[in-house]
Write a protein that binds this ligand. Structure first.
Ligand code: MG
Length: 154
């Protein structure tokens, strides 16, 4: 059994779509990033890579590589799930938390689970929670959104 942890944060900027867990969420800003900036998927990817001892997302999908420009993070997740499978591991459980002051995310969680299951993590082994940062720090000021993930591989 292996355990992994992942964290990611991205800056909120104007002129970008807000994609979280593969879901396009209506909001006046979106997350800046080389790919689609999906912090939830990136945290999940890093938790799996951590459990595999395979470094981090930047090693597998460098932001200097044009193949990953505006890439769907669900697709990146699929790559990493396949990497885990090729090493003989299966995901037992993933728990996550998204930290965003705005917008309210609770009504999108089921859609996120559906999208992430299309990337290879069935919704029955995935927990997604959403919370605010109580107005504190960069998240509280609406400058960015962060996510944490832990996973267990067997
Ligand atoms: Mg990221």
């Amino acid at each position: 059994m292996r355990i992994g942890i992942g964290y990611d944060s991205h800056r909120l900027i104007e002129g970008r779509r807000l994609i979280l867990g593969g879901v396009d969420i209506p909001f006046e800003k979106g997350l800046k990033g080389h790919s689609d900036g999906d912090v939830l998927c990136h945290a999940i990817i890093d938790s799996i890579l951590g459990a595999l001892g395979e470094g981090d997302i930047g090693r597998h999908f460098p932001d200097t590589d044009l193949r990953w420009k505006d890439a769907s993070s669900i697709m990146l997740l699929e790559h990493i799930i396949n990497l885990a499978k090729s090493k003989g591991y299966e995901i037992s459980w993933i728990d996550t938390v998204i930290i965003a002051e705005r917008p309210k995310l609770s009504s999108y969680i089921e859609d996120m689970k559906k999208k992430i299951s299309s990337g290879g993590v069935p919704s029955g082994i995935l927990s997604i929670k959403a919370k605010t940062n109580e107005g504190m720090g960069f998240i509280g000021k609406g400058e960015g959104i962060a996510a944490w993930a832990t996973c267990i591989l067997r």
